[in-house]
Design a binder for this molecule. Sequence first.
Ligand code: SF4
Length: 192
Amino acid sequence: MKKRWYDYLWIVSLLYLLLGFFNILFTWLGLLCFFLPLIISVATGTKGYCNRYCGRGQLFGVLGGRFGLSRKKDIPGWMKHKAFRYGFLIFFLVMFLLMLWNTYLVFAGAQDLQQVVTLLWTFRLPWHWAYHGTLFHLGAAQFAFGFYGVMLTSTVLGLITMMLFKPRSWCVYCPMGTMTQLICKAKAGKQP
Ligand code: SF4
């Protein structure tokens, strides 16, 4: 099948992670991956973003499929269950709000800039080499460090799931996928 430009968005995803290694402020670009899926599903009532434009999903497909880094086993039933997917979505959103709260504290001057990236909501990795100052408020940099942690965490979880199960198994419980699915169901007037 003829390849389209959007079939190569996995390269953009990879570049995005690399750029955050050199300059944390590039992380702000990742907000596109947050808003575009929601906008597309609200506007069209479809998971068009997941099906076409998600570079991260493609990246797992490429690494697990083309590069053979996946065991290609079925994902366990409990991971597909609503309780797990919605529970994970709620957990993810709570952690996201916590990250926003830390950003607010820096904006408010109540906390110093933390030049760390928190992986898997637990491990605080030093990341000071990726910060070279900013014209904006320090809070903008704090958001970048926090958001990069969110992106890196979801990528690491996705890679682990890719290796253990089928390449795109992360998509089964990806919070963004769950949210867009809920929007599509709401638009179609179905029960979640
Ligand atoms: S479920 Fe998540 S990772 Fe998978 S395609 Fe959709 S947004 Fe991308």
